[in-house]
Structure formats: structure tokens, C-alpha cells
Design a protein around this ligand. Structure first.
Ligand code: AMP
Length: 430
């Protein structure tokens, strides 16, 4: 009988990995606490309608990716109810906000969550069917200050702090404003018009979007579409005075806090309730995720609560892909470990010290990163130091100095060879 395996796109996290997951989650909890966030845990499944309304019927998530079933409830009232494994957590948090009448306090709510989400996606590195998100929402009635640009900057500064505390290197924050609902309406109309004459040159998916949801054309990764997209009008040309002022204030606060960002006018979201600030953090490193796979994304919204039957409660939220965060940390740790000096020059006795230093001088002048040992070290100590610090070890003994042939040990390959002085540079490059 064939063995039963984990379903495609899901995986086990074993103790060798969970230590890092727990470290990431503990760091996130500690950082969020410093910014006044409290934890919320919502159910892993909800009624399907919540996502249809809250995420949007015409998104890929709702139209193709949800795990949905008709419940076989015992009670008549449950039977046939359509339920769905949550594909994201914002809708659940806002439902809970409404259900528990959190608006009545009149205060700003700062809620974070950590948990699995489910989407029927084509699995690949960094893309799974069960994946984890660490996210947060800041929302409340307008008089609680929930629509202030200060909140946007605070959330972004908190994320920069979290990534820095985790030791993520080389992150990049892309920032944009999608304006108000009215700004976007005018922008969509302008995009639709600009796309008409060039529509037939677009990829098939984008031809359809050009009519149904022209903003989503900007998301296209299709190389053939890029030249057309780069010539389209920009959302910033359609910002009203309020949207412009909001964006300027977000940027001023980020500048004051020293959080670096780049403006990316193509960063938009197709849903109607997204307003103003949108953002994405990416990392360019050897994690193999590719630049299309953001580490985290988020944005400001207004109208989501009303869409779910609640009071007006503007807010801003984000979701970090925890799987991708972990992959990035692992890749960067490996990279750091692998970054060793080119060679360790080891004199075999004190009389060889000058010759060793001279050889190091030549190799450093040629651009290599070199450490020199000391002739008073015992051979074992030289080997240990060399193995720790460098990819190769060059032995400088009496014979080597006399013959001009140096013994070079390659630690990764476990090989040793005699190499003439003039060929050492070539050997260190390999
Ligand atoms: P989204 O809810 O689509 O805005 O995604 C927020 C973040 O969750 C993304 O930036 C990714 O890091 C992560 N994410 C989304 N979908 C997946 C998936 N299928 N597998 C792993 N991470 C994902």
C-alpha cells in the first residue's frame, strides 16, 4: 500500500525548523506589544459570504483559490451552510470587530494575529496552500484618529523595526497612495480610455482586465505588457488635495524616523475599499523567492467594515508571509556563513613570518581577502583558525619559501595541491 503523505502545498515543520519559527513569532509579539497591539485569534473557517464580501468576488483569491464546502451540520439551521477555510485574516478581524462591538469604546483598536491561511495556489518555493501570516489591523471610528497619516507611518516604522530586529538584511519598502475612492474612480476611467487603443497588444488576461478592472493591469508581470504599462497615466496625477496631503504627511513622518522607502506608482490594489497608503516590503537576496514574491504587503482601507454591516471604521493593516520571512532568514544565515575570507596564510615557523606577510601583502594588493597566522601557532591551531575564517589555507614552510611552490588546502573540496607562486591568484579564484 502506498504511504500517505502530506497534501501537496502543505508541509510538516519539524523541530529543526520550529525553533526559528518560534523565535520569529516571539520577536513579533515583543515588538507589537511595544506599539500597543493586542492579540486576536479568529476561527480558521468562516461563512463563505464573509470572504465573498470582504475580499471581493472578482479577486483571484475568491474566484479560484478558496477551500469551500457545504457543511453537513446536525442542526437543520447549519445544514448546507457554505463554509470556507480563511484565505486571509483581515475579513475575520473586521467581522470580530463588528460582532464584539469594539467600536463602542470610541478608541483605536490595534490587533495582531499569527496563524495559518489557506489558498488553492500552484505550490512552489515560498508559495503554499497552507501558509502562515503574521498580521495586524489598526482600526476605529474616525474620531479615534484611525484615518491619520501618523498611523500609516507608525505601522511602517514598526515593520521596519521588526525586520531589523529579526536581522533581515537588504529589505526594500515600496510605497504608494491609491488615493480616495473618487480619485480612483477618475483614474480607472482614464486608464480604461488610455488602454483602449493598445488593448489588443496586451496579454490575454490583461485584455480582459482593461475593461473589467483596469487598475489590475498595473500588477501585470507579463514582460510583453511592460512597455505599454510604463506609458499609462499615473495615479498621482489623479490624487485630490486630501490624498496628496495624507501621502506627504506619511512620508514626512517616515523621513523623521529614518525609515527608507521608494515610491512605486504601480503599486495599487484593485478593491474599492482600499484608500490612500499602500505598501510592500521585498528582499533581494539569495532566498530564491524572486522579486515577484513580496515578503509582506498592506494598506489603508475605508469601507470594509460597512461592507460587512458594521459602522464606519477606517484602518490600516498588513500581512507578513511568515513562510517567506523564514526562508529569507535561512537563506541570509547561509549566505553569512558562506562568506569567508579567500585564504588564510599559515607560516609553519617563526622564521617564515616575514615571507608569509609578504605573500599576504601581494595577494591583498591583488584584491583578495586574506588573514595571516603566526609561525608560533602549532599546526593544529593554524588549521582550525584557517577552517573557521577562510575557504583556503596557504602553507608557508621552509621548503615552500625555497621552491616558490605553496601547498594550498581547499576546505570545501577537502583537497590539497602544490601551486607555484605566480598561479596562486588563479587558484584562489576557483
Ligand atoms: P496577501 O494577503 O495576498 O496580500 O499576502 C500577504 C503576504 O502573505 C504576501 O506578501 C506573502 O508574503 C504571503 N503569502 C500570500 N500568499 C501566500 C502563499 N500561497 N504562500 C506563502 N505565502 C503567501
Amino acid at each position: 500500500m502506498a504511504n500517505i503523505k502530506a497534501v501537496r502545498g502543505t508541509r510538516d515543520l519539524l523541530p529543526t525548523e520550529t525553533a526559528l519559527w518560534n523565535h520569529v513569532e516571539a520577536t513579533a509579539r515583543a515588538v507589537f506589544a511595544r506599539y500597543g497591539f493586542g492579540e486576536i485569534r479568529t476561527p480558521v473557517f468562516e461563512v463563505t459570504e464573509l470572504f465573498a464580501r470582504g475580499v471581493g468576488e472578482d479577486t483571484d483569491i475568491v474566484s479560484k483559490e478558496m477551500y469551500t464546502w457545504d457543511d453537513r451540520g446536525r442542526a437543520e439551521s447549519d445544514r448546507g451552510q457554505s463554509l470556507t477555510l480563511r484565505p486571509e485574516n483581515t475579513a475575520g478581524v473586521v467581522r470580530a470587530y463588528i460582532e464584539h462591538k469594539m467600536a463602542e469604546s470610541g478608541m483605536l483598536e490595534k490587533l495582531f494575529y499569527i496563524g495559518p491561511q489557506f489558498r488553492r495556489e500552484r505550490p512552489q518555493r515560498g508559495r503554499y496552500r497552507q501558509f502562515w501570516q503574521i498580521g495586524a489591523e489598526v482600526l476605529g471610528p474616525p474620531w479615534s484618529g484611525s484615518d491619520s497619516p501618523l498611523r500609516d507611518a507608525e505601522v511602517l516604522e514598526m515593520l521596519a523595526t521588526l525586520l531589523n530586529e529579526l536581522g533581515i538584511k537588504g529589505w526594500r519598502l515600496a510605497l504608494n497612495s491609491v488615493g480616495s475612492a473618487e480619485d480612483r474612480k477618475r483614474y480607472s476611467a482614464a486608464l480604461r480610455e488610455a488602454l483602449q487603443p493598445v488593448k489588443t497588444k496586451l496579454s490575454e488576461d490583461n485584455q480582459r482586465r482593461a475593461d473589467t478592472n483596469p487598475l489590475r493591469v498595473l500588477d501585470s508581470k507579463d514582460p510583453g505588457d511592460q512597455a505599454i504599462i510604463n506609458n499609462l497615466p499615473k495615479i498621482s496625477e489623479f490624487w485630490g488635495e486630501d490624498s496628496r496631503a495624507h501621502f506627504e504627511q506619511v512620508k514626512a513622518a517616515l523621513d523623521a524616523c529614518g525609515v527608507p522607502y521608494v515610491e512605486d506608482h504601480r503599486l495599487v490594489r484593485g478593491l474599492d475599499y482600499y484608500t490612500r497608503t499602500t505598501f510592500e516590503f521585498t528582499v533581494s537576496d539569495g532566498s530564491g523567492l524572486g522579486t515577484q514574491n513580496a515578503l509582506l504587503g498592506g494598506g489603508r482601507y475605508d469601507g470594509l467594515s460597512e461592507m460587512l454591516g458594521g459602522p464606519k471604521a477606517p484602518g490600516i493593516g498588513f500581512a507578513i508571509g511568515e513562510d517567506r520571512l523564514i526562508l529569507t532568514l535561512q537563506a541570509q544565515a547561509k549566505e553569512a556563513e558562506q562568506k569567508k575570507l579567500d585564504a588564510f596564510v599559515a607560516p609553519m615557523g617563526v622564521p617564515q613570518n616575514p615571507a608569509a606577510l609578504k605573500l599576504a601583502q601581494e595577494l591583498r594588493a591583488a584584491g583578495f581577502e586574506i588573514e595571516v597566522g603566526d609561525g608560533s601557532f602549532r599546526l593544529k591551531k593554524s588549521f582550525e583558525a584557517a577552517d573557521k575564517l577562510a575557504r583556503k589555507m596557504i602553507i608557508v614552510g621552509e621548503d615552500e619559501v625555497a621552491s616558490g611552490q605553496f601547498t594550498v588546502k581547499d576546505f570545501a573540496k577537502g583537497e590539497q595541491a602544490k601551486i607555484p607562486r605566480e598561479e596562486l591568484a588563479g587558484a584562489l579564484k576557483s
